[in-house]
Design a binder for this molecule. Structure first.
Ligand SMILES: [Zn+2]
Ligand SMILES: [Zn+2]
Length: 278
């Protein structure tokens, strides 16, 4: 039996389509061993986040489901913390994912993953039409968040490439992109963060590669970084989206292990142990 798990999933508590229990049902149908919830922590400028009122309800519901399904699947209470927010008390949670979804030039919060049109407009309005300036700003935010966070997981490094399939908006091989991106990857390793390899943009049809992309994953491997595959699913049917092709990619880059949620913590597993179809 492969050890299948996903620690990045969203529910109706934030911007997911399905309830927590519907997500559990999907994970059970796929014979998952573990499932972690990571709804978006409250941020006033983020329409996708939980509110201050719903966060405690979210925690209570996931804790109740943990008990209800004990013995069938290991559930974990996680949290996706947006770096634009002051540090939240993470002690309520089993783990947290630290993510940058916004840049804020001139004090304006600009989402980098809302739509291609919105991103293009932010680049024009706030960065003088220079996409590399926005990318540099994004990675500055990522590095600053890694410096201060207590979260264990580095969320979707490279989210700013969501709408850049085929280098549609900028050249992701250009040093103006690769230099700050590599810095973020190096810092994640230096801080001993578990780096998620996130297939969220693949399930939505935007990308054919996970974040971080192939070149950054190769660097991560070279630096001895730790990785965990996640689907960042906002729908139950995307629970394990592109996990096997992502495992193939990691294996081809020389990774021998990936991390998983097991017995209440993150543990390394041999890459063969997690293939659904080895
Ligand atoms: Zn995110
Ligand atoms: Zn997410």
């Amino acid at each position: 039996m492969p050890y299948l798990c996903n620690i990045h999933s969203h529910t109706t508590y934030s911007d997911g389509r399905n309830t927590p229990e519907e997500m559990v049902a999907a994970a059970l149908a796929l014979r998952f061993s573990a499932l972690g919830f990571s709804d978006h922590g409250y941020a006033p400028h983020d329409v996708c986040s939980m509110s201050e009122e719903t966060e405690p309800l979210y925690r209570a519901e996931i804790r109740a489901l943990q008990k209800k399904y004990a013995g069938s699947i290991e559930l974990a209470l996680g949290y996706e913390h947006d770096a634009s927010m002051a540090d939240t008390d993470l002690s309520f949670y089993d783990y947290a994912i630290e993510s940058v979804h916004f840049v804020h030039p001139n004090g304006v919060y600009c989402s980098v993953d809302e739509s291609a049109a919105a991103l293009a407009s932010h680049i024009q309005t706030h960065y003088g039409g220079d996409p590399y300036a926005l990318c540099a700003d994004y990675f500055r935010e990522v590095c600053a968040s890694f410096e201060r966070t207590a979260a264990q997981v580095a969320g979707h490094i490279g989210l700013v490439t969501k709408f850049n399939e085929g280098n549609a908006m900028f050249n992701a091989d250009d040093p103006r992109y690769t230099r700050p991106a590599q810095e973020a990857v190096r810092l994640a390793v230096e801080k001993d963060m578990l780096v998620e390899v996130n297939t969220g943009a693949m399930s939505r049809g935007y990308r054919t590669e996970p974040y971080p992309g192939r070149a950054l994953l190769a660097l991560l491997r070279e630096l001895g970084g730790r990785v965990i595959i996640t689907s960042d699913c906002h729908r139950a049917e995307w629970m394990n989206y592109a996990f096997d092709s992502t495992l193939d990619l990691l294996a081809s880059l020389g990774f021998r292990e990936v991390w998983a949620w097991k017995r209440g913590r993150f543990e390394p597993m041999g890459i063969q142990e997690v293939y659904a179809n080895p």
